[in-house]
Design a protein around this ligand. Structure first.
Ligand SMILES: [Zn+2]
Length: 583
């Protein structure tokens, strides 16, 4: 037989072999069988099998039923009873801002000075080729009034600039090489004596402690955060998110990098590193931006847009934090008469922005931790609901640490999404001292909101989670939202009220379909349904059945985003890189 006849014969045999299977055009590319599929779809909560073609889910049902979707080239994953969920959605974090610091040295804020010096020394050793060493995270008060000094770093890194920002990014600790590189001498004037200045010794020499504006100027002049650094770092953060099963996210703002954001997102997407769907926001910096806020938000919505990202939301930052005693309350902070925190915007300014957003169908995301900031945010939304009743705007208030009894039902009445980070609902022994007993009992009222019928969406707030990259883990968050205790520790104190614990199902909804709703994407993602995007995660244990204190130990087996496997535990982290580079 000549080669042509052999080839024809093989082709005929191939066709015969396929005859019992679906024609290749219609067959699934991937099927998952023998799984515990929790769909987050109320009409069919549980299934055994899912079929994917391209980037779409084409079948959800039984392992027997999925056979009809199998073709000659279908890849088959027998999950052996493992749990399959919709890909997790992180409804509030800062992936680009976090990306800027992904490769920087991160100090343990509550460590000792010795710990920090040792960490800087190790980091210098690991980054011998770097022209500048940059880090963050020391607690400035540890050094007392004097502040940190250049000599501590000179002893370990004498020859190249080192700049370490404090945990709140208000001050920098630098060495002598940095002072030389910036040409800071006895004659260098302070931009704002007593506020933005160079701490000096008795001789008038800078000690190496740079406060407020001088720290930011030093960061700029040393060029520690370049666009290349942000692009690479954002890719690293996205890889970590994929490894935790996250396939979509809301960027609550990359303040400080707004000028490079368009270019960063474009580059991250073009290099194939954008293996999540990303909705993002424009955040005005303060009252001076109120008048132009809606125009800017609309401009971003029109231009900051790619295949997988869209910056279409207005983020309004209205107060600070409870630990900083800057969250806006109705009562004074304990031991601080006259200080009940502050809102960034007046009620009128807030209403101007929220109504403007409603009139232009821009989604709104308001940062409010304190009960007064939350109250005023609800007031503005109430006005906007009346001013623009047909608006498609969705409103979320994020963090929602302390809520009054009177405002609880208003979330439901005004259809406001309650966004928060369950990680913070383990017992807050540090923050307890700053608030009244009554306020402490009104912390993180997740179940009260749930019972009112409010949609809750959850996210990490990374890099501000307070737990490093572990904060990015939805299963860690789910355990804490369920127990309100320290992970894995049934003996640890419970954050009051204990009745505010949520069921695992409710927490999963907040990390899937209700987060998708907040992002205006519930018709595409957030549940496992025919016609939705193939964003899925496989977990190694059933978080609905394991002991509550073991949920955080759950490992992600596989993450699929848009039909592609973007993380697979058995192949290690190389899978992530391989997938990213082939897209
Ligand atoms: Zn945030």
């Amino acid at each position: 037989m000549n080669k042509k006849i052999i080839a024809t014969l093989f082709f005929a045999l191939f066709l015969m072999a396929c005859s019992n299977e679906v024609a290749n055009d219609d067959a699934a590319d991937v099927v998952f069988t023998n799984a515990r599929v929790y769909t987050v779809d109320a009409t069919q909560p549980w299934a055994e099998a899912v079929a994917i073609r391209g980037n779409e889910i084409i079948y959800v049902g039984s392992s027997a039923g999925v056979e009809a979707q199998v073709g000659a080239n279908t890849r088959h994953h027998d999950l052996g009873g493992q749990l399959l969920l919709p890909g997790f959605i992180d409804s509030h974090l800062h992936p680009v801002a976090g990306g800027a610091y992904a490769k920087a040295l991160s100090l343990d804020t509550f460590g000792t000075v010795d710990d920090w010096v040792r960490a800087i020394s190790d980091y210098a050793e690991e980054n011998r080729g770097a022209p500048v060493l940059f880090g963050y995270g020391f607690l400035a008060t540890t050094f007392g009034r004097v502040g940190p000094t250049r000599q501590l770093i000179d002893a370990i890194v004498p020859d190249k600039p080192v700049l370490i920002m404090d945990e709140g990014f208000h001050a920098a600790w630098v060495n002598s090489a940095t002072l030389r590189a910036l040409n800071i001498t006895q004659d260098t004037p302070d931009p704002d004596t007593g506020f933005s200045y160079y701490k000096r010794d008795a001789n008038g020499d800078a000690t190496g402690y740079l406060l407020e504006g001088t720290a930011g100027m030093a960061m700029d002049q040393l060029d520690v955060i370049t666009e290349d650094v942000v692009v690479e770092g954002t890719g690293i953060i996205i890889d970590i998110m994929n490894a935790y099963g996250v396939t979509a996210a809301f960027d609550a703002g990359a303040i400080g990098y707004a000028d490079m954001l368009a270019s960063v997102l474009d580059r991250v997407e073009k290099t194939g590193a954008l293996t999540i769907r990303l909705i993002g926001s424009y955040r005005p910096e303060g009252p001076e931006d109120v008048a132009g806020a809606i125009d800017t938000a609309m401009e971003w919505r029109r231009t900051l847009k790619g295949e997988r990202y869209h910056y279409n939301t207005l983020k309004i930052m209205d107060d600070g934090t409870v630990e900083g005693r800057t969250a806006a309350m109705f009562e004074d902070y304990q031991g601080e008469p006259g200080n009940s925190g502050e809102t960034v915007y007046t009620q009128e300014e807030m209403t101007t922005m929220v109504v403007g957003a409603a009139q232009n169908n821009i989604d709104v995301h308001i940062h409010a931790l304190g009960e007064r900031a939350i109250h005023e945010a609800l007031n503005s939304i109430e006005v906007a609901r009346e001013a623009a009743p047909d608006s498609t705007t969705r409103y979320a208030i994020c963090h929602i640490q302390v809520i009054t009894d009177q405002d609880l039902p208003r979330f439901a009445e005004l259809d406001v999404i309650a966004q928060s980070t369950p990680l913070w609902a383990s017992h807050d022994s540090y923050g307890e001292q700053f608030v009244s007993a009554d306020q402490f009992r009104r912390y993180w009222r997740f179940n009260s909101l749930e019972e009112q019928g409010v949609r809750l969406s959850f996210g990490s707030d990374f890099p501000a989670s307070g737990a490093g990259t572990l904060g990015l883990s939805p299963v860690m968050q789910i355990e804490i939202g369920h127990t309100r205790q320290s992970p894995g520790d049934p003996e640890s104190p419970t954050q009051p009220l204990q009745s505010e614990r949520l069921d695992v199902e409710e927490l999963v909804r907040g990390f899937t379909i209700d987060a998708a709703y907040q992002m205006h994407m519930e018709d595409q993602i957030g549940s496992i349904e025919v016609g939705k995007k193939a964003d899925l995660v496989v977990l190694d244990q059933n978080i609905f059945e394991v002991d509550a204190y073991d949920i955080h130990k759950t490992q992600v087996v596989l993450t699929m985003m848009d039909g592609d496997i973007v993380y697979e535990a058995s192949l290690g982290s190389e899978t992530v890189d391989a997938t990213a580079s082939t897209q």
